[in-house]
Design a protein around this ligand. Structure first.
Ligand SMILES: [Zn+2]
Length: 60
């Protein structure tokens, strides 16, 4: 039996250097994150990962 991991950090693909995150349903203070250094960043509050670019096309 397999279950969907609910604690896996979400990955969000964006096309901007700056994103903002407020944690969605979980909720945390609104923060602005800058992806310009590495092209990706993890939200320090909810661990959501923001990646600049297109999502991989090999999703099964
Ligand atoms: Zn967040």
């Amino acid at each position: 039996m397999s279950t969907i991991r609910s604690d896996a950090p979400e990955t969000v693909y964006v096309d901007t250097d700056t994103v903002r995150c407020d944690g969605g349903a979980a909720g945390h203070p609104l923060v602005y994150l800058n992806l310009s250094n590495d092209g990706w960043i993890d939200c320090p509050y909810c661990d959501k990962r923001f990646i600049k670019g297109e999502p991989p096309a090999d999703a099964a």
